[in-house]
Design a protein around this ligand. Structure first.
Ligand code: ATP
Length: 219
């Protein structure tokens, strides 16, 4: 009997990718025994992008952060589009590329709390499971989370035995990093540098992103 292929999809703004994102990916990869995880930066319309940080730069930072980890891969699907893509559309394409794989869309508890407002959220659950991580400051008792977990909650083995439609809540350690905090503090608070993978910090400093002064020749 062939083993079910489990593919994680980790969508996000990654503006910038931080150690919390990496910790999430590594934890899910190991704990859920996924075959791989695709990190999928979303396209941002120009008026929403951080000043001076475009989609190509966000993708490059993701590449730098995961370069030593072959099971973590950049998925550039949404970046080549001219407009923001709904998750349901991206998952439809990824499912078409690999119909036998069970897709597992990875989100934090903050995202689960408003998941029922996502475009065609029920359709998303026909294409993929959700793997949800605890996140400091966000309770499983708030927003959409209790109802969704009651209706769709599954256990770890069901990622393999069911093709889609379950929500697995993990009991992960706290990963306190947030991109909003990094963007707000990086230029003024050196302690925030510890929230970033070293190669990402170097890239930010060399390109003068997020209000940091340019520190060396560009790479
Ligand atoms: P921002 O502060 O700009 O909203 P973010 O740090 O939440 O950014 P995103 O790129 O928006 O990062 O996150 C992508 C996904 O990763 C979301 O589902 C989010 O819930 C999850 N996530 C990000 N950081 C963490 C974390 N520290 N712990 C658990 N989940 C996280």
């Amino acid at each position: 009997m062939t083993q079910t292929k489990l593919v994680g999809i980790f969508g996000g703004t990654f503006d910038p990718i931080h150690l919390g994102h990496l910790a999430v990916a590594r934890y899910v990869l190991t704990h859920c025994a996924l075959d791989s995880i695709k990190l999928m930066p979303c396209h941002l319309p120009p008026h929403r992008a951080s000043p001076g940080v475009n989609s190509a730069e966000r993708a490059r930072m993701v590449e730098l952060a995961i370069s030593a980890e072959p099971k973590l891969q950049l998925e550039p699907l949404e970046l080549s589009l001219q407009q923001p893509s709904y998750t349901v559309n991206s998952l439809t394409l990824l499912k078409q590329q690999d119909p036998a794989a069970h897709l597992c869309f990875i989100i934090g508890m903050d995202s689960l709390q408003y998941f029922r407002s996502w475009h065609q959220w029920q359709q998303i659950l026909t294409l993929a499971h959700l793997i949800v991580l605890k996140r400091p400051g966000y309770s499983a008792q708030d927003g959409d989370a209790p109802a969704l977990l009651t209706q769709y909650g599954i256990s770890l083995p069901e990622l393999s035995t069911q093709p889609a439609g379950g929500i697995l809540l993990l009991d992960n350690p706290d990963f306190p990093q947030s991109a909003t905090f990094v963007r707000e503090q990086l230029a003024v608070n050196p302690a925030v540098q510890a929230m970033l993978p070293p190669a990402v910090l170097s890239y930010i400093q060399q390109h003068g992103l997020y209000g940091c002064a340019v520190s060396a020749a560009k790479v």
